[in-house]
Write a protein that binds this ligand. Structure first.
Ligand SMILES: [Cu+2]
Ligand SMILES: [Zn+2]
Length: 210
């Protein structure tokens, strides 16, 4: 399926290049420019990136995430199944350890599924919604399938592959991105919301590097 998506992207890019060249007579006759346009998508396609398996707390495989650095941004592609329908908070967490029923490294009194992965990447530098590891939510349909393609330039694949790795995390509930209207919270969102986005339990986790 990933291959199909890539082929479609290349086809669209090629069509766009053709249109652009046709619109300008000068560019149309420039073989160097045409060659560059034609080879750029193929070059990025050669870079395989990395594939991550998403598991649930019982160790069952529920999906795959592909990560790749492309054109100065980290591209993320998700194909998941067997998940509860609806929106799910989806983030990069700081530690590449996906252990069920594990202690939170920053507060060992808290124990829960995949707490071993720590907080969001970049949690010490910003509030939730602006963390480097914050990503668009995963929407799961009525059959339990969820697909997502996203990109971010807040972090690179190389940074995710640091000594302790990184985890890709799917949460039980929707992410509010700390976007809490003032009529609900006159003093602004509380510390938990600013840290997590309130998407609740961790239901699927995948290890990147580490
Ligand atoms: Cu998370
Ligand atoms: Zn966050």
């Amino acid at each position: 399926m990933r291959g199909t998506l890539r082929v479609a992207t290349v086809a669209v890019a090629a069509a766009a290049a053709l249109t652009a060249c046709t619109a300008s007579g000068q560019e149309q006759d420039d073989p160097v420019m045409n060659q560059q346009e034609a080879t750029t998508p193929a070059m990025t396609e050669d870079d395989e990136g990395t594939e991550v398996v998403l598991v649930d707390p019982d160790g069952g495989e529920v999906g795959t995430v592909w990560l790749d650095d492309e054109d100065g941004a980290l591209e993320i592609e998700v194909a998941a199944g067997d998940l509860p329908p609806g929106f799910h908070g989806f983030h990069l967490h700081a530690i590449g350890v996906c252990e069920p029923d594990s202690p939170d490294p920053t507060d060992p009194t808290k124990v829960g599924d995949f707490l071993s992965a720590g907080g969001h990447v970049g949690a010490d530098m910003a509030d939730h919604g602006a963390h480097e590891g914050d990503l668009p939510s995963l929407l799961v349909d009525s059959t339990g399938a969820g697909r997502l393609t996203a990109s971010t330039d807040a972090v690179t694949l190389e940074e995710l592959m640091d000594d302790d790795g990184t985890a890709v995390m799917v949460h039980a509930g929707p992410d509010n991105f700390a976007n809490i209207p003032e009529r609900y919270a006159p003093n602004g969102p509380d510390a938990d919301t600013l840290k997590t986005g309130d998407s609740g339990d961790r239901i699927a986790c995948g290890v990147v590097g580490g």
